[in-house]
Ligand binder design. Structure first.
Ligand code: ADP
Length: 187
């Protein structure tokens, strides 16, 4: 994996990588799911295609009520090279005054807490909410990176690397600038 950027936080690091998250053989990949957990477009569709139909079956069986915005649920990864998938539900952008930042932070925080609770060291996440859900990537990137940094700074966490899989060169550039500007959560 050729990293575009990396920054140490506590005993771990945040990494930026350009590519398809479904290829990553990490402990947990985070999915940008919808609250019905029904599969969808974008990264959700790519994850379901690569995992196979058993993923949707597991979601329907274990979480028939879906998952609220700002939360996440964990499943197996089925045919994916990862071990688990954390399905995190980010907010739809409604202009910025509807609590979108807090809901986005909460979606990442919950997914990373599930990974940590299961003893995972390596996580990969996409840029949640910045595709179909319309969250501006320049505003989402600092929120996403701050959530990752906070998780890595938790005392005793098993998390070691959180890799953001960015799909476009533009998104990678925005995340790279935001990672440089990110305050040190352990300072
Ligand atoms: P949301 O509905 O939360 O906005 P999307 O899947 O539409 O989710 O978009 C989230 C981000 O994921 C976008 O930047 C999109 O370009 C990106 N994306 C789409 N497919 C993949 C993939 N296979 N790997 C990583 N990122 C992806």
């Amino acid at each position: 994996m050729t990293l575009a950027a990396e920054r140490s936080v506590g005993a771990g690091s945040i990494r930026l990588w350009r590519g398809d998250i479904t290829r990553l053989a990490v402990d947990v990949i985070v999915n940008a799911a919808n609250s019905q957990l029904a599969g969808g477009r974008g990264v959700d569709g790519a994850i379901h295609r690569a995992a196979g139909p058993a993923l949707l079956h597991e979601l329907r069986t274990r979480y028939p009520q879906g998952c609220p915005t700002g939360a996440a649920v964990l499943t197996g990864a089925h045919a994916l090279p990862a071990r688990w998938v954390a399905h995190a539900v980010g907010p739809r952008w409604i202009g910025g005054d509807g609590g979108e930042d807090a809901l986005l932070a909460s979606a990442y925080r919950t997914a990373l807490a599930l990974a940590a609770a299961n003893g995972c060291a390596t996580v990969a996440a996409p840029s949640i909410s910045t595709g179909v859900y319309g969250f501006p990537v320049g505003r989402a990137a600092p929120v996403a990176l701050a959530a990752a940094a906070a998780a890595l700074a938790e005392p005793g966490t098993p998390l070691r690397t959180i890799t953001f899989a960015l799909f476009s060169a533009e998104d990678l550039a925005v995340y790279t600038a935001a990672l440089t500007a990110l305050p040190d959560p352990t300072a």
